[in-house]
Design a protein around this ligand. Structure first.
Ligand code: ATP
Ligand code: MG
Length: 361
C-alpha cells in the first residue's frame, strides 16, 4: 500500500502580466492543479515551454512566491522532541536523532502559521535546477560534496567516507580530485546530485536536470536519479520537455498545458498524448548558401590541468561555414562543442591551426 506524501489541492498562481506593474492585470499561470504524490513515487511533469513546470516545482519546493489559491499539503511525521522530519510511514517509530516517538502530521506548506515547519521540511527536500549547476567552481569534486555535508552538520570525522560513498554513487570516483569548473556538463550535474543526496532528502525536485545534456549522458544521469530514488525511497518530481525522461525514470506522468493538468497516467501514455501536438508540419524552404565566411584549418585547443594533464578539447579539425548557412555542431557531453564555439567567437585562442573569418585567428 502506498502512503501519500504530498497532496496538491486546487493550486493556482497568478503573476502580473507586466512585471513593471505588479498591481496591474494578473495572468493565471497555474490553474486548479490537483495531484497526489506517494512516498517514493517518481512523477514526471511534461509540457511545452512556458506551460508552468518550473513554477510548479518552485511551489512544491517552497521557494519564491506563495500560491494565489489552493494548498500543498505535506504528509510527514515529526519528532515532538527534536523536530526531525521523516516520512509519514515512519510515524510511531523512534526518531533516529533523539529516540522520541515520531508523530504523524499534515502540514499546509504555504500557510503563514507554518513558516517554521516549512523551513524544516525544506531541509529534507532537494532541488536540481534547470540549466545551472549550483557548484563551487574553484573547488574539487570532493570538496563540493564535503561542503554539502558540512551544511547539514554531518559529523566531521565521518564526512570523508560519506563523501567518497556519495561520489561513488554518482559514478565519479575517477573525478574525485578534479576541479568542478573543468568538468563536463554531465559530470557537473552528477556532482550536483551527489551534493543533493548528501542531504538525505525525502523528496527531490528536479527541474530539467538533463536539459542541456546529450541523450547518452542524460540517460546516465536519469539512471542515477532513479537508482538513488529507489534505494532511499526518496520521492521525486522531475520536469522535462524531453519525452524520454518520463519513460526512463518516472512511475507516473502529468501532462501540463497552459497551466492546467490535461492528463495524468502511465508515462508512455502521457508521452504519446504530448507528441500528438508536436507533429512536424512546418514547411522548410531551402536558403541559397553563399560563399565561405569562416574557415578553420586543423584547429586545435589543448588545456593543461594539474589533475588531468593535457586535455585535447578540440583536436585538429577543419571545416568551412558559408554565408546564410546554419552550421550545427553535435557531440556528446565533454566533446568540445563549447570550446570550438568559443574559438569561433574569438574568446579562446587556438593552440594550433588557424583560419579566417569568425574571430581573427
Ligand atoms: N516570476 C514571474 N513573474 C511573471 N511571470 C512568470 C514568473 N515566473 C514564470 N512566469 C511565467 O509563467 C509561465 C510559466 O513559466 P515556467 O517557467 O513555469 O514554464 P516552463 O514550463 O518551466 O517552461 P520551460 O520548459 O521553458 O522551462 C511563463 O509564461 C512565464 O513567463
Ligand atoms: Mg522550466
Amino acid at each position: 500500500m502506498t502512503t501519500p506524501f504530498i497532496t496538491i489541492e486546487n493550486l493556482c498562481i497568478d503573476f502580473p502580466a507586466d512585471a513593471d506593474n505588479p498591481a496591474g492585470e494578473q495572468v493565471r499561470i497555474l490553474n486548479d492543479i490537483n495531484l497526489e504524490i506517494a512516498e517514493g513515487e517518481i512523477v514526471g511533469v511534461i509540457g511545452r515551454s512556458g506551460c508552468g513546470k518550473t513554477v510548479l516545482i518552485h511551489l512544491l519546493r517552497g521557494i519564491e512566491q506563495p500560491p494565489t489559491a489552493g494548498r500543498i499539503i505535506y504528509h510527514i511525521s515529526r519528532c515532538p522532541a527534536c523536530g526531525r522530519i521523516e516520512f509519514r510511514s515512519s510515524a510511531g517509530r523512534k526518531c533516529s536523532t533523539c529516540g522520541a516517538v515520531l508523530e504523524a502530521q499534515d502540514v499546509d506548506f504555504w500557510a503563514s502559521e507554518n513558516t517554521a515547519l516549512k523551513t524544516k521540511i525544506m531541509a529534507r527536500t532537494s532541488l536540481m535546477f534547470q540549466r545551472t549547476f549550483a557548484l563551487y567552481g574553484d573547488d574539487r569534486v570532493i570538496e563540493n560534496v564535503l561542503r554539502a555535508l558540512d551544511d547539514i552538520d554531518y559529523p566531521a570525522e565521518k564526512a570523508i567516507n560519506r563523501a567518497a560513498d556519495l561520489i561513488d554513487e554518482v559514478r565519479l570516483t575517477h573525478r574525485m580530485m578534479h576541479v568542478a569548473r573543468d568538468l563536463s556538463g554531465g559530470e557537473k550535474q552528477r556532482v550536483v546530485l551527489a551534493r543533493q543526496l548528501a542531504r538525505e532528502p525525502l523528496f527531490l525536485c528536479a527541474d530539467e536536470p538533463t536539459g542541456t545534456l546529450d541523450p547518452k549522458t542524460a540517460t546516465i544521469v536519469h539512471d542515477l536519479l532513479k537508482q538513488a530514488a529507489k534505494s532511499t525511497n526518496m520521492g521525486m518530481v522531475i520536469t522535462s520537455h524531453f519525452s524520454q525522461v518520463l519513460e526512463d525514470v518516472c512511475d507516473r506522468a502529468v501532462l501540463l498545458d497552459d497551466g492546467k493538468i490535461v492528463k495524468i497516467g502511465e508515462p508512455v501514455e502521457i508521452v504519446a498524448e504530448f507528441m500528438k501536438d508536436c507533429a512536424d508540419d512546418l514547411e522548410y524552404t531551402d536558403q541559397e548558401i553563399g560563399n565561405p565566411i569562416v574557415r578553420a584549418d586543423k584547429l586545435s585547443k589543448k588545456f593543461i590541468a594539474v589533475d588531468r594533464g593535457v586535455i585535447k578539447a578540440v583536436d585538429t579539425i577543419t571545416f568551412e561555414i558559408n554565408e546564410r548557412e546554419i552550421f550545427g555542431v553535435i557531440g556528446v557531453s565533454g566533446g568540445g562543442k563549447t570550446t570550438l564555439s568559443k574559438m569561433i567567437a574569438g574568446l579562446y585562442e587556438p593552440t594550433a591551426g588557424g583560419g579566417t573569418g569568425g574571430a581573427d585567428w
